[in-house]
Design a protein. Structure first.
Length: 181
């Protein structure tokens, strides 16, 4: 455990109680280890219902951001294109204006700027821009199968191609038309 900087975070409390023949007994057979650097962010729960006499111990890491707000690890982006849509035009202009106002008085960095100044500015931009996007844009969930490059135009073209292929099977379209599409 020392080699990998692991520590035992088992709380020592009973994780499950069971009553058999009028006698209540508790069990403490969980063993939970983690990296020492994340131990203070680990939350455990044992109040999950099961139909057996076994208890489930669920562990989860908290990912705190800035002011202590919990952030889901699944949300990894924002629907900026949706904000640029015709329906959201006013909100888009408002978001641009707010960001411009917020960042207007920030120092301009040049080749004479030091590493500390650059680091502070990068942290400010990241913290404030993420907060700004959270406020202005719809959050999107991205998973391993998500395709960020998939656009409405591609979806529409695929739909038309599918219609053309079905028409070809029915004999209503030629192979040339399918190839062209």
């Amino acid at each position: 455990m020392d080699e990998y900087d692991l520590i035992n975070v088992t709380d020592g409390e009973e994780t499950h109680t069971c009553t058999k023949n009028g006698e209540t007994s508790g069990s403490l057979i969980d063993f939970l280890i983690t990296n020492a650097s994340v131990a203070d962010r680990l939350e455990t729960s044992t109040d999950l219902a099961t139909t057996s006499d076994h208890a489930i111990v669920c562990a989860q890491l908290r990912w705190d951001e800035g002011e202590g707000a919990k952030v889901s690890r699944k949300i990894t982006g924002w629907d900026i294109d949706g904000l640029k849509s015709e329906e959201e035009k006013e909100n888009y202009k408002k978001a641009q204006k707010e960001w411009k106002h917020k960042s207007l008085k920030r120092p301009v960095l040049d080749e004479n700027s030091g590493g500390d100044e650059l680091q502070k500015e990068a942290e400010w931009i990241q913290r404030n821009f993420v907060n700004h996007l959270n406020k202005c844009c719809k959050k999107i969930k991205v998973c391993a199968r998500s395709k960020r490059w998939w656009t409405a135009e591609i979806a529409e073209n695929r739909k038309i191609l599918g219609l053309m292929k079905r028409a070809r099977k029915k004999g209503e379209a030629s192979q040339q038309q399918v190839k062209k599409q």
